[in-house]
Every structure is written in C-alpha cells, then in structure tokens.
Design a protein around this ligand. Structure first.
Ligand code: NCD
Ligand code: ZN
Ligand code: ZN
Length: 451
C-alpha cells in the first residue's frame, strides 16, 4: 500500500472478545482501514507506538443523563462528554428526562443541536415514551432518536409513567420504528404506596428508600414488560438491573425468544447497603437502590453467563448540596459514573474476576449490537469507526470526585483505589483524551447515524 493514511497505532495488543493479539490499526477518514502486523501498516501522517499496551474499541454507555436542556447546573453536554472521553467511553446515549423532556420530534432535533456544539464523543438521544405522545414516536425516530425510554417506575412529573394501555400502544408503535425501548422497570403503584408508608412512619433514611423499592416492584415490572415485548414484538432493554430476583425472569424471557437485553452498573456490582456509610450515607441514594449484600454476586454471575448483556453507568450527576441532605426523600438520586466505570471494571479484571476480553464484550460489543450499531461501533474491524481506547493496565489511582470532568462530584466510590484506566481515547480517529486529560475540542462528537 502506498497511499498515506491519517494515523497508525502500532505495537498494540489488540483486544476483542475473541482474541488478544499483537498488532496495529491504520485509520483514515475516521474509519479503520487496516488491521494487522505493525510492520505491515501503510505510511501515515501520524504514527503512535503504544509499547504493547492493550487497544480496545471505545466503550458505549447506553445509559447517561446529560441534563441539558433544563438542568445545566447539574451537567452539560460539554462536561458529560468530557467525562466520557476521560472514561474511555466513545459513545453515550442520553436519557430524555430533561426540561423540556425529549418527547417530540422538535425536542429530539433541539437536543441533537445542543449536543453537537459541545460533544467530545459520539452520542445517541433517547425519546421519552408517555401517554400523550404515542402519535409522535415515529417522527421522533425520523428526527434522529437512537432508542426510546420508558419510565415504568417514575415519580418525576416531567416524565410520568404511562398506564399499561398506553404502554402497549406505544410499544406497537416503537416496533414499527425498529428501535429498542429501554425500560426503568419498577412498579409505580408499589413505589408510591410503600413510599407513603415510610413517610407516614417518619422514616427518612437510606434503608427506608430501599424498603420503598421492594424487590417485588422490579420483579413484577420486568415480568410485565417482557410479556408486553413478547406480545407486541417491541425490542426491550432492561435498565440498571439491581436485583437478584429479576435475573431468572430475564433468563426465562430470553429462553422463550423475547428480544430482551439487560444492563447492570458498577455500583450494583461493587457495592451493597453494607457500604452505605463508606459510600456517603444518603449520597448512596440511587433509583433503583443498591441492595443488601448478596445481590451483587448474583448480578456478577448473570453478567458472566450472559443473562445480563452489558455494563452501563446510569451516569446521573447532581450538585453536592443535592446529595448531602438530612432526609433521604430530599436527596437527589443518582451519581456520576461514565468517568469511573472503566477504571472500576479494569480493577476487577486485575483481580481476576473477568478477563479483559470479556470486559470488551460487555462494555463495547454488546451495547453496540443491542442498539443496532455493531460493527460500526464496538468492534476492531476494517470499516468500523476508529473509536479506539489505549489502556494502561498498571495505572493506580484513587477515585477523587473533585477531579472529575463531570459537574457531579459526589461519587459512592470516593477514595477507592483503582488499577488500570484508559490512557488515550480516539473518536473516529481524533484524539480526545490523552493521559487523563482532555485533548480534543468540543464538537468532535457527532450524533449517531440511524441504525
Ligand atoms: C436518575 C436521574 O437522576 O435522572 N436517577 C437515578 O437515581 N438513577 C433517574 C433514573 O434513572 O431513574
Ligand atoms: Zn432509571
Ligand atoms: Zn437513569
């Protein structure tokens, strides 16, 4: 080959779910144009020798709350996607509980326009599914929504939980678009009833929040939405699975052929209520909750056996003052995650809990496949977008929320030692993070093409 390409990354350990092998990647026009031996690469305008470090496809995080428009004091597109770049995440999907909610075609277009001016990484936008916008779902897909989000289990007046009749009608519509519908699967009446009981009893601590979110509330909702998926043919994705009792429900749905995928998040895998004090007390509040010890082991087993398909983060930043409140009911749920997920999971790789190849499957390939993006995203193959992450598996660092790119600085992992991190992140061939610091300019990130 004699033509000059944009970039060659050589002396890499190319890690995919199938294999780890020494080699190199050539990039031109934002795509991977060659993969092979380092000495067999075309001439390039820029050559980076990574000294045998692992090179993986950029991670996809299909569950982030970017907060703009409406809540830019919590997070902006610039800060959320900077956090993603630092975290080795090259594609995020943004949730629709913004103000205005992403609930019609104009809101989808407006959000994409806001995001495109600021983004450091590629992004997809979720469309909200409600009772009053069923007629808009198709036009939202046409306007560029990458997936839909159904809040079964919501007390947020901006994105209320639709009734089951509306859910069925919406799912029939979503089926027509071919897109997947991600579901926050909890039973709203159970949450409301138990929440009122807790408040009436004067309970306002973290354990009251856990008691409100009873296991049955999620088991029932997962069961119901799997049945609705089977009935309507609408593909679904179970968000932030936190409960061991829901695992067999997901497994049974998969066995009978329901097109269902599921994610869990580092906080459900690595924390339990036993860690509440260490994790900041009320600051650990997240919906659904981190549960009692014992759930995490079952979630790990489900992740390793494929019942749970992928890792997401539910990146849900809030200002510190909203995370440190005396009453649990006044404490904003959620915390940032997109910046720490890879570090935390690589630490588990270092501990021998999963292989690096398996991590690549869970963080890169599986989300890309589930949302119709593979192998353009999440794969090291010729023709794929050159979304690439160089790993430093030996890097040791302590999690410090104060150092985050995210405006959300309160993390339940504060003070945790991690081993391994992303040391360089490329989005379609552009270096956006180098050695832990931002390297690209806002606006490198682009909206996803419709799958
Ligand atoms: C999310 C948020 O803050 O937007 N909070 C959370 O605790 N996960 C909402 C959600 O994902 O349900
Ligand atoms: Zn949720
Ligand atoms: Zn969420």
């Amino acid at each position: 080959m004699s033509t000059m390409v944009d970039l060659v990354i050589r002396d890499a350990l190319l890690v995919t779910p199938e294999a780890s092998r020494p080699g190199a990647v050539a990039v031109d026009g934002g795509r991977i144009v060659a993969i092979g031996r380092s000495d067999a690469m075309p001439a390039a305008r820029r050559v980076i020798d990574i000294g045998g470090r692992p090179l993986i496809p950029g991670a996809l995080d299909v569950h982030t709350h970017v907060r703009e428009p409406g809540f830019s004091h919590k997070e902006t597109w610039a800060t959320a996607t900077a956090a993603a770049a630092v975290g080795g995440v090259t594609t995020i999907f943004d949730m629709p509980n913004t103000n205005p909610p992403t609930g019609n075609a104009a809101a989808v277009r407006e959000k994409i326009a806001i995001a495109a001016r600021q983004a450091h990484v590629d992004f997809g936008v979720y469309g909200y599914v409600g009772e009053t916008n069923i007629g808009d779902l198709r036009s939202m897909a046409d306007a560029g929504a990458s997936a839909f989000k159904l809040f079964l289990g919501s007390d947020n007046p901006l994105v209320p939980c639709p009734n089951d009749g509306a859910v069925l009608d919406a799912m029939a519509q979503i089926r027509q678009t071919g897109l997947r519908c991600t579901v926050h699967a909890e039973n709203t009446p159970i949450l409301n009833w138990r929440g009122a009981q807790m408040k009436a009893a004067g309970r306002d601590d973290l354990s009251a929040h856990l008691a409100q979110h009873a296991d049955i509330a999620t088991v029932e909702a997962v069961q119901r939405i799997a049945l609705f998926s089977e009935w309507t043919g609408c593909k679904i994705h179970i968000a932030h699975e936190n409960c061991r009792h829901a695992v067999p429900v997901i497994a049974a749905a998969k066995r009978r052929g329901v097109d269902i995928t599921a994610e869990t998040c580092p906080h459900y895998l690595l924390l339990s209520m036993d860690d509440a004090e260490q994790a900041g007390g009320n600051a650990l509040r997240v919906k659904p909750p981190v549960r009692e010890a014992g759930h995490a082991d079952a979630l790990w087993a489900a992740l390793l056996d494929g019942t749970i398909d992928m890792i997401s983060t539910d990146h849900a930043p809030h200002p510190a003052q909203e995370k440190h409140r005396a009453s649990i009911w006044e404490t904003s749920p959620g915390f940032p995650g997109v910046e720490t997920s890879m570090r935390l999971m690589l630490t588990e790789v270092a501990a021998g809990r999963l292989t690096l190849r398996h991590y690549v499957k869970l963080a890169c390939e599986a989300p890309a496949r589930a949302f119709g993006l593979w192998p353009r995203k999440g794969a090291l193959v010729v023709g794929a977008d050159a979304d690439l992450v160089v790993l430093d598996l030996n890097h040791r660092e302590t999690v410090r929320g104060g150092q985050f790119q995210s405006l959300g600085k309160v993390t339940p992992f504060e003070g945790r030692e991690t081993i391994g991190r992303a040391s360089q992140t490329f989005v379609r061939g552009t270096l956006v993070m180098d050695n832990g610091g931002l390297a690209g300019a806002p606006g490198v990130g682009r909206p996803l093409q419709r799958p």
